[in-house]
Design a protein around this ligand. Structure first.
Ligand code: ZN
Length: 164
């Protein structure tokens, strides 16, 4: 009987595998599991502290490999959102003075426990929301996280962005 031939069964398995792989490759979003939970931009108020829940998917871009701890914003509604150690979130990793303060963060939430990307961070200072930054007085350059000045290699000092 042809159908019981083991060679036919193998061929069938290969054809099936190709069909599955092709359908995954052709999926428009290109995503596997993450496509179910799209990114969204939200504004949260809360406090940034070391996360007590581990961020998922270590080793993905934007996730601190070298940092022992992941920072998270503990939102006023009780949610804990891990934040990425990137341009927008690095100040919370490098400057302990920025932790434990009342902050308002505009961020892109990635879902699936992956760290969120901070677009804008403000901290409550004397009753107002202010933008924290690190500033070189010599070159009048402001950056978003602690570092030596790219221009003069001098120190950059914390300040709130002047209000207009
Ligand atoms: Zn400088």
């Amino acid at each position: 009987m042809r159908l019981s031939n083991p060679e036919n069964g193998l061929r069938c398995a290969i054809v099936l595998a190709i069909a599955v792989l092709t359908s995954i490759a052709l999926r428009p979003s290109g995503g596997f599991v993450f496509s179910q939970e799209p990114s969204r931009t939200i504004t949260v108020e809360g406090v940034v502290k070391p996360a007590t829940i581990k961020a998922a998917a270590k080793g993905q871009p934007g996730i601190a490999e070298s940092q022992a701890e992941t920072m998270a914003v503990f939102a006023a509604d009780g949610r804990q959102i891990p934040i990425a150690d990137d341009e927008g979130g690095r100040m919370f990793y490098l400057d302990p003075a920025m932790r434990g303060r009342e902050v308002r963060l505009k961020l892109i939430e990635k879902g699936q426990g992956r760290p969120a990307e901070i677009i804008q961070a403000e901290a409550r200072h004397e009753g107002r929301w202010r933008v924290p930054q690190y500033y070189c007085d010599v070159c009048t350059i402001a950056v978003r996280y602690p570092q030596v000045c790219l221009c003069c290699q001098g120190p950059m000092e914390f300040r709130y962005k002047p209000e207009r």
